[in-house]
Design a protein around this ligand. Structure first.
Ligand code: C5P
Length: 220
């Protein structure tokens, strides 16, 4: 595939979402928030009462999901025509998504959906396995990390800004548990691709992280 892809993988709260969106806008490329696909599956499972332990039922649900990402100034995520943008923000949803994401059949069922975002003039893809599994041939790969404290605090502020009330201590625990699960799973565990540039965002401003990512593409 000759369509360029920049993959940005890393643990939750490292700043991937904000960074990937801004970098995509600067480059004029498409954007894939792969975590939102796993979160949408969690919402679908809750609504249709599918157990997070039922791999076959989740696989079928993943294959049947009608999920649309509307771009533009007020982006929306529509699941069977319902706007789920707000429901997927909570840590409960992220945690459920991470449990379902450990199943190989579920991950396989969502591969084509993710790869369909690779369209001209290019793609910035945010997730856990973008550089290792979904787009292994991507010419540009970044692994974005930050210390556990910084990541929890960022998530906390992000949720507070959106009017979602959580305790920092509880959120820290939940994020650590989710990251451990994502790192230790058998299929597509969270790890840096061998050819990824590692960026630690703990002591960088948002703009500095964006510039660092852009330079991976432009200095190539
Ligand atoms: O990135 P986000 O926090 O929205 O992702 C939610 C969960 O979905 C992650 O904790 C992870 O378990 C799963 N995920 C994944 N692979 C991806 C993106 C997300 O397994 N590429």
């Amino acid at each position: 595939d000759t369509i360029p892809v920049l993959t940005i993988d890393g643990p939750s709260g490292a700043g991937k979402g904000t960074t990937a969106r801004a970098v995509a806008a600067r480059l004029g490329w498409n954007f894939l928030d792969s975590g939102a696909i796993y979160r949408a599956l969690a919402v679908a499972a809750m609504d249709r009462r599918v157990s997070w332990e039922d791999e076959a039922a989740l696989e079928a649900l993943a294959e049947s999901m009608d999920l649309v990402f509307e771009a533009g100034p007020a982006p929306r995520i529509l699941l069977w025509n319902n706007d789920i943008g707000r429901r997927i923000l909570t840590e409960e949803c992220g945690n459920l998504a991470s449990k379902m994401a450990a199943f190989p059949a579920v991950r396989r069922a969502l591969l084509d959906k993710q790869r369909s975002f690779r369209r001209l003039p290019g793609l910035v893809a945010d997730g856990r396995d973008m550089g290792t599994v979904v787009f292994p041939d991507a010419p540009y790969k970044i692994f974005l990390t930050a210390s556990a404290e910084v990541r929890a605090l960022r998530r906390y502020n992000q949720l507070k800004e959106k009017g979602i009330d959580v305790s920092l201590a509880h959120l820290t625990e939940e994020i650590e548990e989710r990251d451990r699960r994502d790192r230790e799973r058998q299929t597509a565990p969270l790890r840096a691709a061998e050819d990824a540039v590692v960026i630690d965002s703990s002591d960088l401003t948002v703009d500095e992280v964006i510039e660092a990512c852009l330079s991976v593409v432009t200095s190539h």
